[in-house]
Design a protein around this ligand. Structure first.
Ligand SMILES: *Cc1c(COP(=O)(O)O)cnc(C)c1O
Length: 357
C-alpha cells in the first residue's frame, strides 16, 4: 500500500516537550517523545490505527497480559544523517521478528502497513526528537499485549499494538565483566527463548542481579540440559574470536535471532573473515584461553551494537581478554556498522530505510 492510501489520523500535541530535552545528557529509557502510535485488534482484525500524544493508558485490572504474559516487544533505532533525513536500520526485520514472537505467543500478526506506515508517520511527526549528535539515536519500542478483560488462561481475543520512542545518548559502556551461569536457565529447547516475549526478561532479572551482587555486569547463559554450551549474554547475542575466526552459537529455539548478530556476521564475511555458526562449549573457551587463542569476546544488540567483554568468569577463575584496542575484527565491524547506520558508508545490503522529511 502506498503512503497516500493509508494515512493514519494523528492527534498532535498542543505544545512539544522537546525543550525539556538536553541532548548532552540523555538518560536511557526515561524521556519519551511527544507522540505514540496505537492500534487495536478487535473482531478478528486490526482497527483504528492512530497517532496520539504520548500518555498513560487506562487498563482494567483483569487485562489478560498482566496475568498470563501475552506481551511481546521489539527494539530498534533511528539516526539522523548529515542532511537531516531519518535513517531506520532494517525495520522490516523487526517487523518480521515481532510477528514470529506473536505466532509463538498465540497472538495475531500486525500488518506491514500499520507497522511501517505507522513508524514513518510517527517519526516524521517527532523528527525533532532524533538527536543529531554523533552516537545518539532515537530508540523505538514497538510492542503488543493482550487486552481481554478476562481471568482465565486462554489466548486473548483483543490486543493493542503501540509504538513509542525515546532519544538515547551514545553508549559509552566500559568493557564488561561477565560470568558463566552454571545453574539458572533463560531458555530451553521447545520454549520461547527465541521470542521477544515479556516473561523471558522478567525471569532473567533474579539471576542477573545475583551475578551483579558478585561483581559482574552480566551473566552468560548456558544450555538448559547440561550447562555446557554458551547461549547468550543478558539480552545480547555472543561472539568470540578464536585463532582469527569469528565464532557464534547458531540461532535456535533457545537463542534470539538478533538483527545486529546477522549484520555483524554479514559484514565479517564481506570483509573476508572466517565465520563459524556452531555450538561453543565452555570447555572450548577455557582451552582457547589457556592456549592464548581467545582473542576477542563481545555481545551484539541494538542498544550497544557491540559491547566488548573484558573478563569472563567461570568456576572460580577469571579469563582476562586482550585489551579492546587490540581487537581487530570487532572494532573494524563496529565502525563499519556505525557508518552504514548513519549514512556515512555505502549500504550494499539495503539495510537502511530512509525517511525524507
Ligand atoms: C533483542 C535481543 C537480542 C539482540 O537483538 P538485536 O536485534 O540485535 O537488537 C539478543 N538476545 C536477546 C535475548 C534479545 O532480547
Amino acid at each position: 500500500m502506498s503512503i497516500d492510501m493509508l494515512t493514519i489520523p494523528a492527534q498532535c500535541v498542543a505544545e512539544s516537550r522537546i525543550s525539556e530535552l538536553d541532548y548532552n545528557n540523555i538518560e536511557f529509557g526515561k524521556i519519551f517523545s511527544d507522540h505514540m502510535l496505537v492500534a487495536d485488534y478487535k473482531d478478528g482484525k486490526w482497527q483504528n490505527p492512530q497517532i496520539l500524544p504520548y500518555g498513560n493508558m487506562s487498563l482494567s485490572p483483569a487485562t489478560s497480559a498482566l496475568h498470563y504474559g501475552q506481551s511481546i516487544f521489539e527494539g530498534m533505532k533511528a539516526y539522523k544523517d548529515a542532511n537531516g533525513d531519518l535513517l531506520l536500520f532494517r525495520p522490516l526485520d523487526n517487523f518480521r521478528r515481532l510477528n514470529k514472537s506473536a505466532e509463538r505467543m498465540c497472538m495475531p500478526a500486525i500488518t506491514e502497513d500499520i507497522f511501517m506506515q505507522g513508524l514513518e508517520q510517527l517519526l516524521k511527526l517527532d523528527a525533532a526528537w532524533v538527536p543529531p549528535t554523533s552516537g545518539c539515536a532515537l530508540y523505538i519500542r514497538p510492542f503488543m499485549f493482550a487486552t481481554d478483560e478476562f481471568i482465565g488462561v486462554r489466548p486473548s481475543s483483543n490486543y493493542r499494538f503501540t509504538v513509542f520512542t525515546c532519544p538515547v545518548g551514545a553508549y559509552y559502556g566500559q568493557p564488561l565483566k561477565v560470568a558463566i551461569e552454571p545453574q539458572y536457565v533463560r531458555s530451553a529447547e521447545g520454549g520461547a527463548g527465541f521470542a521477544k516475549a515479556a516473561g523471558n526478561y522478567g525471569a532473567a532479572l533474579l539471576p542477573a542481579r545475583n551475578m551483579q551482587e558478585r561483581g559482574y555486569h552480566q551473566l552468560i547463559w548456558t544450555d538448559a540440559k547440561e550447562h555446557k554450551f554458551i547461549e547468550e549474554s543478558g539480552t545480547m547475542n555472543l561472539m568470540f574470536v578464536i585463532d582469527g575466526k569469528l565464532i557464534t552459537p547458531p540461532v535456535s529455539t533457545t537463542i534470539l535471532a538478533g538483527i545486529t548478530r546477522d549484520s555483524v556476521l554479514t559484514l565479517a564475511k564481506d570483509l573476508g573473515y572466517t565465520v563459524e555458526e556452531r555450538k561453543v562449549s565452555v570447555d572450548e573457551l577455557e582451552e582457547a584461553y589457556k592456549a592464548g587463542k581467545l582473542q576477542e569476546a563481545f555481545g551484539t544488540g541494538t542498544a550497544a551494537t557491540i559491547a566488548q567483554i573484558a573478563t569472563i568468569h567461570y568456576n572460580g577463575q577469571d579469563m582476562h581478554l586482550p585489551v579492546v584496542e587490540e581487537r581487530e575484527i570487532s572494532n573494524r565491524i563496529a565502525n563499519e556498522l556505525d557508518k552504514i547506520k548513519t549514512g556515512q558508508a555505502p549500504d550494499k545490503h539495503n539495510w537502511v530505510h530512509r525517511i525524507s522529511l
